[in-house]
Design a protein around this ligand. Structure first.
Ligand code: DAH
Length: 339
């Protein structure tokens, strides 16, 4: 009997099956009530008492081995089955989701590259600033409303530590460290204490440009502005300058461009004027040059500053400023081609 058991063990160990049906046939052959192993169990009755223990053990072992073998064969075929069903090797690969550039980054890069072609290089400064660089060095009077808590976020008072309200602070930082010629373009984020709405946000982005050298004139400023407007909004774009006031420039102006939606004919976007305002500019006030250690008798300069959100709105007609910071992928996806 022991010999029979050993033969069956060897047979079971070498079993193979090509399909689930074959596995089932093997199970019946060995393990069903009338299967080969069960028949051996029937014979167990006739085994001599002194051999019962050894043969009983061997029989149980055989039954376990057969059970495990058949389960293993079944599991192997089942997993192979599901893989075959799921993998279609002719299918095109799943698309790897690609990110997009943020519209504000696209426009910022376009602005800095236009100025880059005129020889301006990028300069950056800190967002957490002191009073000197944001206000005092830029000729703001002590009682100027921008210094008020209502407009400016203060991190600390006395000494003042604040979030910069404009990128003009980078002007004074660079002028303090560098003697002319200076030709810089300064993109960055700025903060103002405003309630968030479709038209205002407590943070937004600006680009500042500064040119200081001998004999820099308002004519240079105007020509630079015209070049910028045409590169940015197309060769038909017209500009106009309106007198304005900023503490750090004298004279100061605001620039409008002919409305790029109606071509200057008048539409609801330009409130039927044909013009839209895009930036502030002027000749650097001699007080600012002196405050930053530049001789105002030898050097003159111009400066200009614009909001990147504003330019982006003009280019892409984004109606709600909040879209820029909500990170809704459906919105960001519209800029996939990096227009
Ligand atoms: N700093 C101004 C603002 O935040 C913008 C500006 C106006 C910058 C005129 C300039 C300038 O450099 O000359 O509104």
């Amino acid at each position: 009997m022991l010999q029979k058991i050993e033969e069956l063990k060897a047979k079971v160990n070498s079993l193979k099956a090509e399909s689930i049906a074959e596995v089932e046939a093997l199970r019946i052959q060995f393990l069903s009530k009338k299967g080969e192993i069960s028949l051996l169990f029937n014979d167990f009755r006739n085994v001599a008492a002194d051999q019962k223990r050894a043969i009983g053990q061997a029989l149980n072992e055989l039954k376990n081995i057969a059970g495990e073998k058949i389960n293993a064969l079944r599991a192997e075929l089942e997993s192979a089955d599901t893989i075959d069903a799921d993998i279609d090797l002719t299918r095109t690969a799943a698309r790897h989701p690609e990110g997009t550039r943020h519209p504000l980054s696209l426009v910022r890069d376009e602005i800095t590259s236009i100025f880059g072609r005129l020889g301006f290089s990028i300069a950056e400064g800190p967002e957490i600033e002191d009073d000197w660089h944001v206000f005092s060095s830029l000729n703001f009077a002590d009682d100027h409303p921008a210094r008020d808590m209502q407009d400016t976020f203060f991190v600390h008072r006395g000494p003042e530590v604040l979030l910069r309200t404009h990128t003009s602070s980078v002007q004074s930082r660079v002028m303090e460290k560098t003697q002319p010629p200076i030709r810089i373009i300064c993109p960055g984020r700025v903060y103002r204490n405003e309630a968030i709405s479709a038209r205002a946000h407590c943070f937004f982005h600006q680009v500042e440009a500064l040119y200081v050298d001998k004999n820099v004139s308002f004519a240079d400023l105007k020509q630079t502005l015209l070049y910028f407007a045409r590169e940015m909004f197309g060769p038909e774009t017209k500009i106009r300058l309106r007198p304005s006031y900023f503490p750090f420039t004298e004279p100061s102006a605001e620039m409008d461009i002919s409305c790029n939606l109606c071509g200057g004919k008048g539409c609801s976007f330009c409130k039927h004027t044909g013009w839209v305002e895009i930036l502030g500019c002027g000749m650097v006030d001699p007080n600012v040059l002196e405050a930053c250690g530049i001789d105002s008798k030898e050097y003159t300069g111009y400066a200009l500053g614009m909001g990147i959100e504003r330019i982006t709105n003009l280019k892409y007609q984004v109606k709600d400023l909040r879209m820029f910071s909500e990170n809704d992928v459906r919105f960001l996806d519209e800029f996939r081609s990096g227009r």
